[in-house]
Design a protein around this ligand. Structure first.
Ligand SMILES: [Zn+2]
Length: 357
């Protein structure tokens, strides 16, 4: 899998999360590292990857000699982590080890000094999955952590973490990656792997994964194995392989609605339905497209801040009022699709609602 092959091994290879990386590097340089960290944020945004790099840096042999350049990925401690055989780094998936016994084992292990004579680092992934008893046991350890231990807790659901635990950890909030950040990384991997893919195809992959770089890399793996090899991969091929809806449908559909061309709009809905595209999904994406038009009208800088281009449809003038009507009508239609005896019907009604006769 590409995401394993291209998983960052140093801080400089990490995509995004600059605020986290800078703070952790600063702590390593000054020697002011804490005993417990919480990495919270959406899946696929680099929490365990950064946790591993940090763990590696903590025990890197170069730490005293060359702290600017850790982890070195050359010393015995670094190599052991990279090969998954480090005895100083213990990773626990709380989704499958969620009971009090698991945390007791962890505690026993924490009391024993690291075999390498270094820090013993525990990465507990999906920590919110722990049972209440297990959480309390973990809290006890965090209240008086043995001096050689460091805990890195990771979660996608920080609101489920007890306040008493939160008060014991240094928290870092990971952000969704932007389409631009993901596109750049995907391009880089594609180049090394000699996957010939159009920019538009790269963008389609990046836009489909909701800010999770890992998902984009998994998509690229799929495309790599499904595409024939010699041919250049177009955005249509990407859409086919990943089951995505071609982005070109949204401006086309919008153009018909803005110009009150009911017949063409209804035709397009039928065409999409015949192609086997899920109409609910189409509606969701269309609403997102409308929202981008709206934001582009109000304040394009909001989109630029997340690396997205403003959306200004060509050849389709529209008032803010009509845009609002569209968003409301299609939001309602989307909710009705699964209840409707004829899946196209709610969309057809929405078309009538937003077009003028
Ligand atoms: Zn090292």
């Amino acid at each position: 899998m590409l995401y394993r092959k291209y998983r960052p091994q140093t801080f400089s290879q990490v995509v995004g999360q600059e605020h986290v990386v800078q703070t952790l590097k600063g702590a390593l340089l000054t020697g002011r590292t804490g005993h417990a960290y919480l990495f919270s944020g959406p899946r696929g945004t680099g929490k365990t990857t950064i946790a591993r790099i940090f763990a590696k840096a903590l025990n890197c042999a170069e730490r005293t000699q060359n702290p600017q350049n850790i982890p070195c990925n050359k010393c015995a401690a670094c190599l052991a982590v990279n090969d998954g055989r480090s005895l100083d780094l213990i990773e626990i998936d709380a989704a499958s080890n969620r009971g009090i016994e698991d945390i007791r084992n962890l505690k026993d292990s924490a009391l024993v000094a690291a075999p390498g004579g270094n820090y013993k680092i525990f990465i507990v992934d999906e920590v919110h999955m722990l049972t209440k008893d297990a959480f309390n046991a973990l809290l006890k350890i965090l209240e008086e952590p043995p001096s050689h231990t460091i805990f890195i807790l990771a979660t996608t659901e920080p609101h489920k973490i007890l306040l008493t635990v939160l008060s014991r950890v240094q928290r870092f909030d990971f952000r969704r990656l932007t389409v631009k950040q993901i596109s750049e990384k995907i391009k880089e991997v594609a180049k090394i792997e000699k996957i010939g893919i159009d920019d538009e195809g790269v963008r389609a992959i990046a836009a489909s994964c909701d800010g999770a770089l890992r998902d984009a890399e998994v998509s690229l793996s799929k495309i790599q194995s499904a595409a024939s090899g010699a041919e250049r991969i177009s955005v249509d091929t990407v859409n086919d392989i990943l089951g995505l809806i071609s982005f070109s449908y949204y401006p086309e559909f919008f153009g018909y609605l803005a110009n009150d061309d009911k017949a063409s709009a209804v035709n397009l809905v039928h065409k999409i339905y015949e192609l086997g595209i899920d109409l609910e999904h189409f509606s969701k994406e269309f609403i997102e497209y409308l929202r981008k038009i709206m934001i582009s009208k109000i304040n394009p800088a909001t989109l630029a801040a997340v690396g997205e281009e403003p959306v200004v449809p060509i050849g389709a003038e529209i008032t803010g009022q009509k845009l609002v009507r569209m968003i409301n009508a299609f939001s309602a239609a989307r909710n009705e699709i699964k209840l409707s005896p004829i899946p196209q019907l709610p969309l057809e009604l929405a078309i009538l609602e937003v077009t003028d006769s």
